[in-house]
Design a protein around this ligand. Sequence first.
Ligand code: COA
Length: 371
Amino acid sequence: MSPRYAHVTGWGMAVPEKIITNQDLAKMVDTTDEWIVDRTGIRQRHVADEHQTTASLAVEAALRALIVASLRPSDLDLIIVSTSSPEHIFPATACLVQDRIGATKAGAFDLSAACTGFVYALTLASQAIKSGAIQNALVIGAETLSRLTDWKDRNTCILFGDGAGAFILQASEEPGGVLTSVMRSDGSGGDLLSLPAGGSRHPTTLQTVYDGLHYIQMNGREVFRFATRVMSQATREAVDAAQLTLADVQLIVPHQANQRIIEAAMRGLDIPMDRVMMNLERYGNTSTASIPIATCEAINQGRLKPGDNVVFVAFGAGLTWGSNLVKWSGPFPVRRKVSPRRFRWLARLRSWLARLRRHLEGLIWGRDRSI
Ligand code: COA
């Protein structure tokens, strides 16, 4: 088999309309706009309204990415949703997305690697394409961390925001796409950033809720130290693995956690900030969604073009960290126009018919058993 490459041919993002500014937060907890901007670089974050969920944001981002790639949902072989705020423990949010967009031929699963999740998901999807196992993949990073945030805890509530971003990956024999990937972890630091309750270790009880264990817990100072170290290390590793130098990289899209972390990491690499995509000022830390959201904005601003080498680099709970070096492609030549409204309508109809069929089969099966 001739070598196969996994190209990024579509992208899309979705953020809720509702915005919470630092001034709004200063009315809720003991903080100031000046403190938050100074320590993090964040000025505002988007927060889901009561009707929006991780899946609904993921679906919006996915449909936009499909349009850019001119692909139908039924062309997809695989959907990975990276998230730390899934709709449920199970079923996977990826399966909800599969149903709502009508990706009738796709396998679907969630990936839990916190803020590094999008980098991990891109790695797995690109490897599945390169191996010849699949042709087209949809990779989504989606979060509604506002639902897991204690809005009375000034250590954490200033940081996070909601949103989703999606990439389409497609196979081609043309060199390019996701060239190298780095995936690392260190579980000994798991307690530095965690959501302790609601799983099998601490099932939800009145006591866990009373103790606030269903909210994000964080040791900010330790996470900060870890992050500055691994961000530069992972960037260098992905570039070295591709046998390139940092001078060959046109743009770095780092996980948007904290401006000081990113600046320190880039200083360590001698990379000027004009080669680094930043937008956390307007979105806060959207966890695994931050890299695809920042990438969409970089493309819109003309900062990422076909042929460019771009590094995605992230760190997060776990602890996890990782990076990808991608030769940016853009969409394959357009073959057809695709209509997102039709996809959604057809998917809803198909889902309704499948539920009806299951219901009728259940009735018939019940009657047969009573015979
Ligand atoms: N407003 C005002 N003061 C605050 C505050 C807030 N929102 N949050 C904490 N403080 C106070 C602290 O209580 C502390 O006061 P003290 O000295 O009287 O005890 C002081 O500010 C300094 O706290 P510290 O935690 O050392 O601040 P910091 O400079 O490390 O900044 C973070 C705190 C959280 C912004 C920073 O540590 C950080 O960004 N860490 C990484 C977190 C992260 O990225 N998490 C997501 C990973 S994907």
